[in-house]
Design a protein around this ligand. Structure first.
Ligand code: SF4
Length: 420
C-alpha cells in the first residue's frame, strides 16, 4: 500500500481559541454513525448534556446561530473540555486532514479552509512538497481501474512538472496544463465509452497507445525545454524557438488583440458574478464578491484593469509561488477523482479558475490596502474561498456543473482571462 502526503502534513496543529476563523461555526458538522451511537449510549448527566446539543434527526451538532452548540464564548470546545477529546465525532477529530483512497494508494491532505493549513500550503517558497511511504499492508478499500489510475498519475506528474517551471509566469503554466489536459481528455472519454467489459479487453490498447504518445511527447518536450534552459544559461541554446514549445501552440500575449483582452476582462467579471450567486457559507461572501466587482471592474475600463493587473502581478512576482501552491493544492486534491467520472479537464479547470478567483480576491484586497497584499490577507482569501466552494456540496456540484457544461468555461475562454 502506498501513502502519499504533502511534506507539511504532519506540521499541522490546531490553534483553537487563537484561530482567526474557527471551523466550529458557519456550517453544519455531520456526525458519523458510530459517534451517534456513543452519544445515545452515554449515561447520567454527561449523556443528557451531550444529547441536548445533538440533532439526532439530521445527524449534526445543534447550532446557536452559526456557531456549534459546544463552542463556548472563548472559542473553545466544551465537548472536549467536559467529556474529553475521544467524544468528538470523526469530522472534528480529523479536520482539516482528509484522505482519498484509490485502490492501493491513499493520499492524505490538509484542507485549505483552515487558516493554519492554508498557511502551511501557501506560505512557503519550497517546491516538490509531496512525500511517499510504502508498506506491505494491503488496502481493503474499493478496487479501482489500475490502468486508468496509472495514466492519471502520469498526467498529474506532468502537470506538476509544468506548474513547477518557475521560469514561466503562473498564467503561462496554467495555460499549458489546460492545453495538455485538452489533448488527453478525449482519449479518456473514448476509454469510458468502451464500457466495463471492453475496457478489460484489447479494445483499450489503442487508446492507451495514443495516450502514451501524447504523454511521451509532452515529457520529451519538457526535458528538451529543461535542457535548452541549461544551455541558455551558458549562452548556447541548441533548440529553435518553435521546437521548444511544440507540444502546445499558444498565441503569445503580445499577439493578442484588443478584442481578446476585452473578452478576457468581461469573462473574469462574469466568473466573479457567478460566484456571487453561490450558497453562503461565509457570512461576508456576498460583500467580498461585491467589493471585487466594484473595485476591479465597475471603477475601471478594460485598459485600466489590465494595467492595474500587471502592476499587481509585478508586485507579487517574488511571491508567485503562493499561486503555484494554490494551483497544486487543487490539482492534488481533485485530479485523481477523474478515476470515477473520467472528467480530468473539469478538475484542471476547477484548479485554474479557483486560483484565478483567489487571485482576484487578493488583487481587490491589495487595491483596498494601498497596494499591499499581506500574507495574512492572502491566506484569508484562500481559506474563505475554500470554505465557500469546497465545504458546500451544493456549491461544489454547481461549480463542477458549470465548468463542464457552460460555454463561458470552455478552455479557450478560460485562457483568454489569463495574462490579460
Ligand atoms: S480552523 Fe483550523 S486552526 Fe482554526 S479551530 Fe479549526 S482546526 Fe483549529
Amino acid at each position: 500500500m502506498e501513502f502519499r502526503m504533502p511534506s507539511y502534513y504532519n506540521q499541522f496543529k490546531c490553534i483553537a481559541d487563537k484561530c482567526p476563523d474557527t471551523c466550529c461555526a458557519g456550517w453544519a458538522i455531520v456526525i458519523d454513525d458510530k459517534t451517534i451511537e456513543t452519544y445515545k449510549d452515554m449515561t447520567g448527566e454527561a449523556g443528557e448534556y451531550v444529547r441536548d446539543k445533538v440533532d439526532f434527526e439530521e445527524g449534526i451538532y445543534k447550532r446557536h446561530g452559526e456557531r456549534c452548540a459546544f463552542l463556548n464564548d472563548c472559542n473553545l470546545c466544551d465537548l472536549i473540555i467536559n467529556q474529553g477529546e475521544d467524544k468528538l465525532c470523526k469530522t472534528c477529530t480529523r479536520y482539516p486532514r482528509h484522505f482519498e483512497e484509490y485502490g492501493n494508494l491513499v493520499e492524505a491532505a490538509l484542507s485549505m479552509s483552515c487558516p493554519v493549513a492554508a498557511g502551511l500550503i501557501i506560505d512557503n517558497p519550497d517546491r516538490d512538497r509531496f512525500k511517499c511511504r510504502v508498506d506491505e499492508t494491503k488496502n481493503k478499500g474499493e478496487k479501482v481501474d489500475k490502468k486508468l489510475l496509472d495514466v492519471l498519475l502520469r498526467v498529474r506528474k506532468l502537470i506538476f512538472a509544468i506548474t513547477a517551471d518557475r521560469t514561466k509566469s503562473i498564467d503561462q503554466r496554467m495555460k499549458e496544463i489546460l492545453l495538455l489536459t485538452e489533448k488527453v481528455q478525449p482519449r479518456i472519454f473514448d476509454y469510458e465509452k468502451l464500457g466495463a467489459k471492453r475496457r478489460l479487453s484489447a479494445f483499450s490498447k489503442g487508446i492507451f497507445q495514443k495516450l502514451d504518445e501524447i504523454l511521451d511527447k509532452c515529457q520529451h518536450d519538457l526535458s528538451q525545454r529543461a535542457l535548452s534552459q541549461d544551455d541558455g544559461k551558458n549562452g548556447k541554446s541548441k533548440l529553435s524557438k518553435k521546437k521548444k514549445n511544440n507540444y502546445i501552440v499558444l498565441r503569445q500575449s503580445e499577439d493578442r488583440s484588443q478584442e481578446d483582452n476585452n473578452m478576457g476582462y468581461q469573462l473574469m467579471k462574469e466568473y466573479i458574478d457567478m460566484f456571487l450567486g453561490l450558497e453562503n457559507i461565509n457570512e461576508d461572501w456576498p460583500k467580498t464578491m461585491g467589493e471585487i466587482i466594484s473595485l476591479l471592474y465597475h471603477r475601471h475600463i478594460p485598459e485600466e484593469y489590465k494595467s492595474l493587473k500587471s502592476e499587481f502581478v509585478s508586485a507579487m512576482k517574488t511571491r508567485e509561488y503562493e499561486y503555484e501552491h494554490i494551483l497544486n493544492y487543487f490539482i492534488y486534491t481533485y485530479f485523481l477523482g477523474g478515476i470515477y467520472d473520467y472528467n480530468i479537464l473539469g478538475m484542471v479547470k476547477l484548479a485554474v479558475v479557483s486560483t484565478l478567483i483567489i487571485r482576484e480576491m487578493g488583487m481587490a484586497k491589495w487595491l483596498q490596502n494601498e497596494k499591499e497584499l499581506r500574507v495574512e490577507h492572502q491566506l484569508k482569501c484562500a481559506y474563505s474561498y475554500s470554505r465557500q466552494v469546497e465545504h458546500s456540496e451544493d456549491n461544489q456540484l454547481a461549480f463542477e456543473g458549470i465548468l463542464t457544461a457552460h460555454p463561458k468555461f470552455e478552455t479557450e475562454n478560460i485562457i483568454s482571462t489569463l495574462e490579460l
